[in-house]
Design a protein around this ligand. Structure first.
Ligand code: FMN
Length: 203
């Protein structure tokens, strides 16, 4: 074990005593950010890594363990098929929007269609959307501190490609998660609001 690693373990132990929650977890959560296709370097992500990421997604919490999420993953030539379907089902898209989508698809290694099963009668829809969103957060967190990044895109047109995605009436597509490799060039960090102003305490 390197000297640096030993120091970082002890430093974390000290910080954990001071802060009471695990500082590594806080660091990971605060380091998560959206990386957009324009910043992808077009290197491919291997399937094993995608499976690892989805395994993390699968550990999201869910009410009544309905585990409503499922994924349809597009890479290689299938991205063009998806793009063709989107543009043919959405005639109103401007040529600029089509070009941008084409650019994003080309730069992206894997496009993950985030899908959800509705368990009508068992749970309200919002709970299943919330659980699926937590699965997405796990995808996002899996990308921290590695050269893989991405973001969740929720365009209107996802509702028009249900047949292409072979989704039944009780299933929904909640958008695309774009995943690609990047060279850590994106220093963008969105400013957060002050949580103390958003918290009311009752004692
Ligand atoms: C439910 C959801 C839907 C989103 N949809 C889009 C989208 O359609 N287009 C987009 O550019 N970003 C989208 N985003 C990403 C947000 O814009 C991004 O998370 C936000 O700007 C904060 O940046 P950060 O992820 O780097 O912290 C979405 C995020 C969430 C949680």
């Amino acid at each position: 074990m390197s000297f640096y690693r030993i120091c970082s373990i002890y430093l974390n132990k000290i910080l954990n005593i001071c802060f009471m929650i695990n500082q590594e977890i806080s660091k990971i959560i605060k380091s998560r950010k959206s990386i957009y296709p324009k910043d992808f370097n077009e290197k491919k992500i291997d399937k094993k890594t995608i499976i690892e990421i989805l395994e993390n997604a699968n550990h999201a919490p869910t009410h009544k363990m309905t585990q409503p999420w499922f994924f349809k993953v597009f890479s290689g030539k299938s991205k063009q098929k998806l793009l063709k379907e989107i543009t043919s089902q959405n005639q109103e898209m401007t040529s600029m929007a089509k070009e941008k989508l084409n650019f994003n698809f080309e730069k992206t290694s894997h496009i993950i269609c985030v899908c959800m099963n509705r368990n009508q009668g068992l749970l309200p829809e919002w709970e299943e959307i919330a659980a699926t969103a937590m699965a997405v957060q796990n995808i996002w967190l899996s990308c921290v501190n590695v050269d893989i990044g991405g973001y969740w895109s929720t365009p209107k047109f996802t509702s028009n490609i249900k047949d292409f995605l072979s989704l039944s009436n009780t299933q929904r597509c909640l958008g695309f998660f774009y995943l690609g490799r990047h060279d850590f060039v994106n220093k963008r960090n969105v400013k957060r609001k002050n949580i103390e102003e958003e918290t009311e305490w009752f004692v």
